[in-house]
Design a protein around this ligand. Structure first.
Ligand code: HOZ
Length: 424
């Protein structure tokens, strides 16, 4: 059997950096990535025959764990009837009805193939709807690799030290106003400095691409009010938090109604899916009803719809969100016990978490950047050697799934304790 090391050498010859998405190259922690041959529940099996407890969950989609039976069954059953039609299919309607029922701010929705497509389309739609050009985003928030959103971005852009990507024309970047998160005064000042010019404010309501930090009380509410007053479109990027933190995502938890929402990950059950939706009045500006163009050959793909619907349906049938909250609380309690007295900050909401190598507080990008990334890298590799896979970057969130058992949490806490003792 070819080892991960051998495969990576081969991959680097044909794939830039040997990977199809930068964080996977492990540059944020040093060393080389492993290759996976199979996954089941909360475990990955590498080509080197190592079994790892997985806290990445394919970066969010695997909310029921890997290869969840209802999802695999739906894919098998649907695939037998054809892989793609390029015509309307009934599963698209079922998905649209399900999303609109679960996320009440979404009155109409369009399916796309990734979170990036979803945020990109939201921006275009907001510009088309308002007739304005500028957008506001927040430092450390990552909305996929959309040109105008790769400004002070998080996730891989931040991990690899280029939050302002090369290749984004300055003229375009100038249309993006970037503000610190959790700072209401900065928002008021930005609107005052750009009167009648802001088409949209886009944010991850719970930023999870610079680790994980939470909105402070009233931050989102204030943002909602100012957007309403100023006629700007409020866009929640719930690609990570949607259908995960609650049935209705972060907007349900914080009780805020955005105008548009970008979605993805969980609704694809592990297949490439995104969606965006919101107020009918805005969504009706999309082609063919309106003048804002957006399209996709594989959008609404029947296999992806079937996988996503099966996952959402299973989450509802089993009230997966309660299970995730219990698991999250147990994971938090176990982690807090082993980090006592160390200069670390643990943050969690539902099934998402981050352990910052920093004494905190962490409320924005600047504070997240204070983390000791060298120490994090050593901790990461120690845990990996002991069979626990956390995200290979201090600036990515961790994910729990319904397949993590109390025994997995207990085992993980022991590994965390052992490796913290090694690095401190
Ligand atoms: N930037 C993604 C997570 N926030 C990582 C995607 C991947 O490498 O698969």
């Amino acid at each position: 059997m070819t080892t991960s090391r051998q495969l990576f050498e081969i991959a680097k010859k044909r794939i830039p950096g040997g990977v199809n998405s930068p964080v996977r190259a492990f540059r944020g922690v040093g060393g080389e990535p492993f290759f996976v041959k199979s996954a089941s529940g909360c475990r990955l099996t590498t080509v080197d025959d190592e079994v790892l407890i997985d806290f990445v969950g394919t970066w969010g989609p695997a909310i029921l764990g890997h290869a969840a039976e209802p999802v695999i069954a739906a894919v098998r059953e649907t695939a037998g009837r054809g892989l793609s039609f390029g015509t309307p299919n009934p599963l698209e309607i079922e998905m649209a009805e399900t999303i609109c029922r679960m996320v009440p701010s979404v009155q109409k929705v369009r399916m796309v193939n990734s979170g990036t497509e979803a945020t990109m389309s939201c921006i275009r739609l907001a510009r088309g709807f308002t007739g304005r050009s500028k957008i506001i985003k927040f430092e450390g928030c990552y909305h996929g690799h959309v040109d105008s959103l790769l400004v002070k971005a998080g996730s891989g852009a931040l991990t690899h030290g280029n939050p302002d990507s090369a290749g984004v024309p300055e003229a375009l970047a100038r249309l993006t106003v970037t503000l610190p998160f959790n700072d209401p005064d900065a928002i008021a000042a930005a609107f005052a400095a750009n009167p009648g010019e802001i088409a949209a404010v886009i944010l991850e309501p719970v930023p999870a691409n610079a680790g994980l930090y939470l909105p402070e009380p009233h931050f989102l509410e204030n943002l909602r009010n100012i957007c309403t007053r100023q006629g700007a479109v409020l866009i929640f990027d719930e690609v990570m938090t949607g259908f995960r933190l609650a049935r209705g995502g972060a907007q349900e938890i914080y009780n805020i109604t955005p105008d548009l929402t970008a979605m993805g990950k969980v609704i694809g059950g592990g297949l490439p899916v995104g969606a965006f939706g919101g107020r009918a009045e805005i969504m009706d500006c999309l082609s063919p009803d309106g003048p804002v163009y957006q399209a996709g050959t594989l959008s609404g793909n029947p296999i992806a719809m079937a996988a996503g619907l099966a996952q959402l349906c299973e989450m509802e049938r089993t009230d997966g969100w309660s299970t995730l909250e219990k698991t999250g609380a147990a994971f938090e309690a176990a982690t807090r016990e082993v980090i006592q007295g160390l200069p670390l900050t643990f943050q969690r909401i539902g099934s998402m978490f981050c352990l910052y190598f920093h004494e905190g507080p962490v409320r924005n990008l600047q504070e997240a950047m204070g983390s000791d990334r060298v120490r994090f890298g050593k901790f990461f590799h120690g845990c990996l050697s002991d069979g626990v896979y956390f995200a290979p970057s201090q600036f990515e969130a961790g994910f729990l799934c319904t397949a993590h058992s109390p025994a997995d949490i207990e085992q993980t806490a022991k590994v965390v304790q052992k490796n913290l003792a090694r690095v401190f």
